[in-house]
Design a protein around this ligand. Structure first.
Ligand code: FE2
Length: 495
């Protein structure tokens, strides 16, 4: 079937040599549908059914100040798989900010690296002067997709097949939702938090499988904090107060400067999923961008995530002039995150910690059916030194400690690779890793499938995408059981 292009969006972006507006971060502006894209290697497995969704950063307007890659407009790419076939599409998230800037014909908000005074209209995010571009995470809950913004946004619902923006999620609280709500695939519940510059600084919320808000609870903190992610178990949620947050003196003058606060521990709040009094645990100081999973083990709550050895990195000396600070704060080789395990003892209040792998890695995925439960396998990404780009994957067997790796050729970069269970799978790692690649050598993109049981063998299938996509942050897999009437709705992707 032929490629179908949507009407072009208005863009005012000019040529630039900005390191995060060129190369693998070159914004894409066209929106297309392409059923049955060309398979360039292998075949699409008959036993792969569901939807892969990927959020990317694609600014459409000339920035008012200094562009930061988290300022880009959110664009969702999707690949539907069914019956040995695939269908691709991509669409911008039609956020209120995106629409307002389309009408205004230019940018209305500054970005993360800009003074707040640049904003021409009231802004969003805990920062308060940003555009909610919904460009960070994408998840599936209550049968639809939900895109989010890294520093608390409104949460946009999208049809997971057509990618039509359905609107702002009605239960979004006044301070928004952070980039990383968590969905328990077993119960269909969604757990979220938000944070802000005003007391009580943190809230926790629970939304049912019926998409109704069940719990919204304040969590007392000593001041504004910058938690990025949360975790859950069968009975508990785990929130965090880490010692990396805005400098209070500078914040009082309207300057948002993040720093490590020496002498403060990492603190973890464990509370019932249905809400209640948090119990606080202390641990070694660090910052953690992403958690991998958590579960209960007797008296202990086990939490796995990526412990940063250098939460306040030095500017990168090899960055283009003026970009040393920004590029260090986008570079895992600067932060040095390692897979790490915390054990919180509910009986005596103690914490134990251990490093699980000496390699620098982050952005981990698991079989979503094991979220909140004991699990064995993790799939992390390996960083391209100096860049917010991924150049390979590590599979970790957390029972034996064994690991396998797949590294991409130089100049080829991956998306986060969610795990897609094979139909009728019984083993935890019986399925595929799905990733979208950006090949700077060929100036092209493709979708790859890795057999999760032997990622070191490389792709079992490669599917060409019709354009080179931009890099971005997060991706998700949703099987047919998570999208009502999947079979008939998926058919729309081939019409
Ligand atoms: Fe994130």
């Amino acid at each position: 079937m032929p490629l179908r292009r949507q009407s072009p969006v208005l863009t005012t972006l000019r040529e630039t040599n900005h390191p995060y507006l060129t190369g693998a971060w070159t914004p894409l502006h066209e929106e297309v549908d392409l059923p049955d894209p060309e398979v360039i290697e292998g075949r699409i497995p008959e036993d792969l059914e569901g939807v892969y969704l990927r959020n990317t950063e694609n600014p459409v307007h000339q920035p008012l100040g200094r562009y930061h890659p988290f300022d880009g407009d959110g664009m969702i790419h999707r690949m539907v798989f069914r019956g040995g076939r695939a269908s691709y599409a991509n669409r911008f998230v039609r956020t209120r900010g995106f629409q307002a800037e389309q009408e205004a014909g230019g940018a209305l908000w500054g970005g993360l690296a800009d003074p707040v005074q640049l904003a021409k209209r009231p802004g969003f995010g805990a920062h308060g002067a940003l555009k909610d571009s919904s460009s960070t995470d994408i998840l599936v809950h209550a049968g639809t997709a939900l895109s989010t913004f890294y520093q608390c946004g409104e949460g946009y619902r999208l049809d997971p097949i057509t990618l039509e923006t359905l609107g702002v999620e009605a239960w979004t609280p006044i301070d928004g939702i952070s980039a990383h709500p968590k969905v328990d695939e077993r119960t269909g519940e969604l757990m979220f938090f938000n944070y802000s510059k005003h007391a009580p600084y943190l809230h926790y919320g629970l939304v049912g499988a019926d998409n109704r808000l069940k719990v919204l609870q304040a969590i007392d903190l000593p001041g504004p904090r910058l938690p990025h992610d949360m975790a859950f178990t069968e009975r508990f949620v785990i929130l965090n107060d880490l010692p990396v947050f805005w400098d209070a003196d500078l914040l009082a003058r309207g300057v948002h400067a993040v720093r490590l606060h020496e002498g403060l521990p990492s603190r973890f709040a464990i509370l019932p999923r249905e809400g209640g009094t948090p119990r606080w645990f202390e641990a070694a100081p660090t910052y953690v961008l992403h958690w991998l999973n958590a579960y209960e083990d007797g008296d202990e709550v086990v939490l796995d995530g990526y412990f940063q050895d250098e939460p306040m990195p030095q500017p990168r000396a090899d960055a283009p002039p003026g970009f040393g600070h920004m590029m260090a704060y986008l570079d895992e080789m600067s932060f040095r995150p390692h897979l790490h395990r915390w054990r919180f003892n509910l009986r005596d209040g103690s914490t134990r910690e251990e490093r699980l792998d000496p390699r620098i890695m982050e952005f981990g995925m698991i079989n979503g059916r094991h979220a909140g439960l004991p699990y064995r396998y993790a799939y992390s990404t390996l960083p391209e030194p100096g860049w917010f780009l991924f150049n390979g994957f590590v599979k970790s067997d957390l029972e034996t400690g064994a690991t396998t790796e797949y590294r991409l050729p130089p100049g080829v970069f991956a998306s986060e690779a969610p795990f897609a269970p094979r139909r009728d799978a019984t083993a935890e790692d019986d399925g595929y890793l799905v990733s979208f690649l950006i090949d700077e050598n060929r100036q092209a993109s493709e979708c790859i499938l890795l057999d999760a049981r032997k990622i070191e063998d490389g792709p079992v299938c490669r599917i060409a995408l019709p354009h080179k996509i931009s890099s971005g942050t997060h991706a998700v897999w949703a099987g047919p059981e998570r999208i009502p009437d999947f079979s008939s709705r998926a058919s729309a992707a081939w019409e």
